[in-house]
Design a protein around this ligand. Structure first.
Ligand SMILES: Cc1cc2nc3c(=O)[nH]c(=O)nc-3n(C[C@H](O)[C@H](O)[C@H](O)COP(=O)(O)O)c2cc1C
Length: 388
């Protein structure tokens, strides 16, 4: 399974095409819209999210509530485009009427300058329109299809916020995944810890007032995966590696950890590795889950726990210094409409990019032309490894 996205931030639409889904899988518009609306929420989002009400238009691959096995094409229209037709329209424009809203002052922390140097664009709008995190709308749409596949295979996944601006949510180990889904959904910052959540909201308000931005840590948990998903035999088949790559590729993400992650460097082996147990009911399982559900590039059958670090958003209302590429004079960087903190939304994006990698690994490992056959094969494998 693979997907591509296309579309500019203030262009007509975000588009995604997903190929490789089995035929006969139940799916509805609501499965995708629910994810899109969740991405738009969160304390600290800027004006753009009030303008856009993201709803999917399914334009290929789904009929009467089921996948056809053909590519699935999804469109999310940018409502803001109507204000940007002159700037973003595709038709040629006469030189004397040329383009408003030219960007010549690159914003530190964005793709603006590197992209301009690479593609030779002197108007950096040609860069920022595509490098904008608006593209994560299309990634969430693709991930929502993957999540629907997981749901149909009794696999649950949720993204939530662990930390914003150094304020950490307390670890509550006994929460079930259903509770995590419910509590994070009720929190304006997707925190599982209400007290820390309130402090996070204060920190966001403070940053906004200050014209500054803040980052944080998101976590994704997955339950219901069988052991042995992924592979140890080659670097590009290791599922933890693929997930890490996908998370790192989200705009503004700067690091990834599984389980105790970087803490492993400071502990002895006896405090890191998870002892193996067996019971009639569960089959093989681990006494602890410090390694976050992975050994040897494959799932252990324990919950997958992965964290991603998001840097503070680079567009600042008290801008950093930059250089105008026309005059070479120092200037304050340009300001595009911006959030002060997007960590809660990023947790939803992360949930969806991880869902895609996991669904892809499942489809590689099991017969996948027809959904009912896939389900049967996975259920049979689950039973086989329980008694192995
Ligand atoms: C959900 C989400 C929303 C974002 N919103 C903004 C924003 O409003 N303003 C901004 O400057 N950056 C925002 N970003 C981050 C930038 O898109 C990102 O930092 C930039 O594209 C440069 O890429 P890099 O940080 O990965 O190097 C957002 C990121 C995510 C995941």
């Amino acid at each position: 399974m693979r997907y591509l996205t296309a579309g500019e931030s203030h262009g007509k639409q975000q588009t995604t095409i997903i190929e490789g889904l089995p035929a006969k899988m139940p799916i509805t518009q609501d499965d995708i819209n629910d994810s899109l609306l969740r991405r738009q929420k969160g304390h600290g989002r800027g004006k753009r999210m009030q303008i856009e009400k993201d709803l999917v238009d399914i334009v290929g691959g789904i009929r009467h509530g089921y996948t056809l096995g053909s590519p699935i094409a999804l469109v999310v229209h940018n409502d803001d485009f109507k204000h940007w037709i002159d700037v973003m329209g595709e038709d040629p424009v006469a030189e004397d009427q040329k383009i408003r809203r030219v960007v010549t002052r690159p914003r530190p922390g964005h793709a603006d300058l590197n992209g301009a140097l690479k593609y030779g664009h002197r108007d950096m709008r040609n860069i920022l329109e595509r490098s904008s995190a608006r593209e994560t709308t299309a990634r969430v749409a693709a991930g929502a299809v993957a999540k629907t596949l997981l749901k149909n295979l009794d696999i649950k996944i949720v993204g939530y916020v662990k930390e914003i601006a150094g304020i950490k949510a307390e670890e509550i180990t006994e929460l079930s995944i259903d509770e995590k889904i419910r509590i994070s959904e009720e929190s304006p910052v997707r925190s599982l810890d209400e007290v820390a959540g309130k402090k996070m909201m204060d920190a966001i308000d403070h940053a906004k007032k200050d014209g500054d931005s803040i980052g944080g840590v998101c976590e994704v948990a997955i339950e219901g995966l069988p052991a042995g998903l992924g592979s140890y035999v080659h670097y590009d088949r290791k599922l933890d590696g693929r997930i890490a790559g996908a998370v790192q590729s989200i705009n503004a993400f700067k690091g990834v950890e599984f389980g105790i992650g970087f803490e492993a460097a400071r502990k002895n082996g006896s405090q890191v590795h998870d002892e193996i147990l067996w019971s009639e009911e569960k089959g093989y399982y681990r006494r602890t889950n410090r390694l976050g559900g992975f050994e040897g590039g494959m799932t252990t059958g324990m919950p997958v726990i992965v964290k991603g670090v998001m840097k503070p958003i680079p567009t600042l209302y008290k801008p950093l210094q930059s250089v105008d590429i026309e005059s070479k004079e120092p200037f304050n960087a340009s300001i595009e409409r911006s959030d002060s903190c997007a960590v809660p939304a990023a947790a939803v994006v992360m949930e969806h990019v991880v869902a895609f990698e996991v669904a892809k690994a499942i489809l590689e490992q099991f017969p996948h032309d027809q959904f009912p056959k896939l389900k049967e094969a996975i259920d049979q494998y689950r039973e086989e490894i329980r008694c192995f």
